[in-house]
Design a protein around this ligand. Structure first.
Ligand code: MN3
Length: 177
C-alpha cells in the first residue's frame, strides 16, 4: 500500500502536472479536468485520461480504506444494497466477481447513477466512472501492482482481504451527498 501510494500514485500526479503546464488548467479540480478533457489540446487527451484518471482513481481508492474496517452488515445503505442486489452477500459476490473479471488493468466500482440507483461498474486502465456519467462511491484497484508484492498472482485473496478494510462511512457519505 505504501509503495502504491508513494510511487505509483505520485507518478500520476507528477505526469499530469507536466501535461497541464501552460494550459491554464492546473487549478481546475481533477473531476472538472476529466469531464472536460476534450477542450484541451488533442495531443494530450489520452495522457490526461491516463494520468488524471490515475490520480483520481488512486485518491478514491485510498480514501475508501479504513484501518479499523467496518461491519459490512451494519451499513446504512444495507437495505438499498439488499433491494438492489438481492442480499448483502450477493452484492459482495457480484462486486468481487467484477473485480476478478477485469483483464490486465482496471477497477471494479460501486456507483450511483443519475436516478440514485446503485450499480456495479467496471472500468479499464485509468478510466473513471465520471466519464460514463456515474458517481463513483467505492472502487477497487485490481492492477497487479496493487497486490503483487503481498499476494503475487492471488487476486482473489487480495479482493477478500480488501473487504475487511472498506471505509463504509465514506461510501455512505458519498451516496447521500
Ligand atoms: Mn494502482
Amino acid at each position: 500500500m505504501e509503495i502504491h501510494h508513494t510511487k505509483h500514485h505520485a507518478t500520476y500526479i507528477q505526469n499530469l502536472n507536466i501535461l497541464l503546464e501552460d494550459t491554464g488548467w492546473q487549478e481546475q479540480s481533477i473531476e472538472e479536468i476529466l469531464l472536460h478533457f476534450w477542450q484541451l489540446p488533442q495531443e494530450i487527451h489520452q495522457g490526461v485520461i491516463n494520468h488524471g484518471g490515475g490520480h483520481l482513481n488512486h485518491t478514491l481508492f485510498r480514501h475508501r480504506l479504513s484501518p479499523s474496517g467496518g461491519v459490512l452488515q451494519e451499513w446504512s445503505l444495507s437495505s438499498l444494497l439488499v433491494s438492489t442486489f438481492g442480499s448483502f452477500d450477493d452484492f459482495k459476490a457480484q462486486f468481487s466477481a467484477t473485480a476478478m473479471s477485469v483483464f490486465w488493468s482496471g477497477r471494479a466500482w460501486l456507483c450511483k447513477d443519475k436516478s440514485s440507483n446503485l450499480i456495479i461498474h467496471k472500468t479499464a486502465n485509468q478510466n473513471n466512472p465520471l466519464m460514463d456519467w456515474l458517481t463513483p462511491l467505492l472502487g477497487l484497484d485490481v492492477r497487479e501492482h496493487a497486490y503483487y508484492l503481498k499476494y503475487q498472482n492471488r487476486r482473489a485473496e487480495y479482493v477478500q482481504a480488501w473487504w475487511e478494510i472498506v471505509n463504509r462511512e465514506k461510501v455512505e457519505e458519498l451516496y447521500l451527498r
